[in-house]
Design a protein around this ligand. Structure first.
Ligand code: FAD
Length: 486
């Protein structure tokens, strides 16, 4: 049978490996790290278990689908529950809002907490659903770059300009018009960060994101986010996919406009198909430097990155849940700092994820495992050590005030992830979380397609290519690669 090589075992690489093996290919995955999962990994420290990267799980059917494709029962591998409360929001002025998954309940609580007109919230969410239903198939499920996806390109582009899609207005502009309430605008603007973008620049069409969380639902995988990686990895192994860890691919071999294999571990490995899950910028620059480089695409602005403090907290906080947001006072200034000044403002929004709320075994008795995240710019060589020291202080002070405790002495153990270590651990260009940003109006068209137009048999999957970053889109990219291979 034909052979396939997958470069990288991020979630998209794992999904591509499963799909290709099911298709009948003999699949080998080369992974630079000693472990699978890339950004979607996990570690333990002093009795606290931490999910290292992603914490919000949406569209679980994209994971289930992999097991079904292989003729297995997903429940035998991977279980998850739907969350009743999406997020605990803390606004800078002390206002609190627990966002219920139930739309009516959410709108009622929002009206009570912020004074927003309830019908506006409901209308805004309905609109989000409508835009999603009208566009998702085009944007997410198909290769935008194959003419066969559409009747005509120009018809498609004019479709995108239809006023209701809000491509011509910014996300913030759309939210201001739709909600007319500062706090709710801030809450809805935050969805831009789900793909590392700036709500003051990104087009209003990104308002499809709240639909994912508010209607399709937010989920918690039993055991934590890492069980997504773990279960798909197990499935791949069972199907016979070969894994070569600590074996970085150093070159993609291309001859006569056809991929022939890769160089890894000092050896040449032949393959009929290569699916590259490595960040596409570094894949071109490092693995195929002599091939034509799609500069316009490779030079797109990167998404934001993150600073994460993993804190083992020797205390429990009943007012917190699985997902918690402590908003900044000035959201516009926060994004201007990230995307224009390449720095972090003095009062950044702080996100805390606490999986021990769902899985008490993730922290010692009476303790909590805090994943504390601040959005920061991609790595452009800033003085990160100085920035991190300042932000750490500001975060501790902000949380201490909001939670009425002295937080610093409660931190029993600590680790850190920053743009430099994200880049080093997952070979992501500039440590961006989600590949390119969606700040430009037509950003969707500037992501790299899921195939190479220069080398037959070479495909791309993962957060840095079409349709974009985040687990659901990374999984979709593997699905599109699957559909492109006959
Ligand atoms: P990656 O996870 O980027 O992995 C790529 C893999 O390829 C790595 O294992 C790397 O070692 C390997 N590799 C690279 N080059 C080579 C080579 N030459 N040879 C061999 N191996 C190589 N998404 C969500 O859906 N929800 C969230 O809440 C969320 N939060 C996030 C928070 C953080 C802190 C981070 C970092 C990301 C977050 N994301 C979130 C984004 C999500 O993690 C990514 O979009 C997704 O995991 C990307 O998967 P990927 O398949 O592109 O590969």
């Amino acid at each position: 049978s034909a052979s396939a090589i997958v470069i990288g075992s991020g979630i998209a690489g794992l999904a591509a490996a499963v799909r290709l093996q099911v298709k009948g290919y003999r699949v080998t995955v080369f992974e630079a790290n000693a472990y699978p999962g890339g950004k979607l990994s996990q570690f333990e420290q002093d009795g606290f278990l931490f999910d290292a990267g992603p914490s919000l799980f949406t569209m679980p059917r994209l994971v289930d689908e992999l097991f079904l494709l292989a003729g297995k029962n997903p429940k035998d591998y991977f279980r998850y529950k739907r969350l009743d409360t999406l997020c605990h929001y803390f606004f800078a002025d002390g206002t609190r809002l627990n966002a219920a998954a139930d739309e009516e309940q959410f709108a009622d609580a929002a009206a009570l907490a912020t004074g927003v007109d309830k019908t506006k919230v409901l209308r805004h969410l309905r609109k989000s659903r409508y835009i999603y239903n009208t566009t998702a198939d085009l944007f997410i499920s198909r290769s935008l770059h194959k003419a066969s996806s559409y009747l005509r390109w120009d018809t498609f582009v004019s479709f995108l300009k239809l006023p209701f899609l809000n491509v011509m207005d910014t996300m913030n502009g759309t939210n201001e018009k739709g909600l007319g309430n500062d706090k709710m605008v801030q809450l809805f603007n935050r969805f831009a960060t789900y793909n590392g973008s700036d709500p003051y620049q990104a087009p209003g069409i990104l308002n499809i994101i709240p639909h994912l969380e508010h209607h399709l639902g937010a989920y918690y995988p039993e055991g934590g986010m890492y069980s997504i990686t773990d279960s798909v990895y197990r499935l791949a192994q069972e199907l016979g996919v070969q894994f070569r860890f600590e074996t970085p691919v150093t070159q993609i071999h291309i001859r006569n406009n056809r991929v022939t294999g890769v160089e890894a571990g000092g050896q040449t490995h032949a393959a009929d198909v290569v699916a590259c899950n490595m960040d596409v910028v570094l894949a071109y620059r490092k693995l195929m430097p002599t091939q034509p480089q799609p500069e316009t695409i490779l030079k797109q602005e990167r998404s934001s990155s993150a600073l994460i403090f993993y804190w083992g907290i020797g205390h429990s906080f009943p007012q917190l849940g699985l997902h918690n947001i402590f908003f900044s006072k000035d959201y516009r200034a926060e994004f201007a700092a990230i995307f224009q000044q390449n720095t972090v403002c003095d009062d950044p929004t702080v996100y805390i994820n606490i999986t021990s709320k769902e899985d008490p075994s993730h922290a010692p008795e009476g303790c909590e495992n805090w994943f504390v995240m601040v959005n920061v710019p991609a790595d452009k060589g800033q003085d990160w050590d100085a920035l991190i020291a300042r932000v750490r202080q500001q975060v501790i002070q902000k949380l201490s005030e909001q939670l009425c405790v002295d937080l610093a002495p409660l931190i029993r153990t600590e680790d850190l992830l920053d743009p430099r270590s994200i880049a080093a651990k997952t070979q992501s260009f500039q440590g961006a979380l989600y590949g390119t940003s969606s700040n430009k109006r037509m950003a969707a068209f500037f992501r790299h397609p899921n195939f190479s137009s220069h080398a037959k048999g070479l495909y791309f999957c993962g957060g840095s290519v079409h349709p974009g970053g985040g687990i659901p889109l990374a999984l979709s990219s593997a699905k599109i690669v699957d559909s492109l291979i006959d």
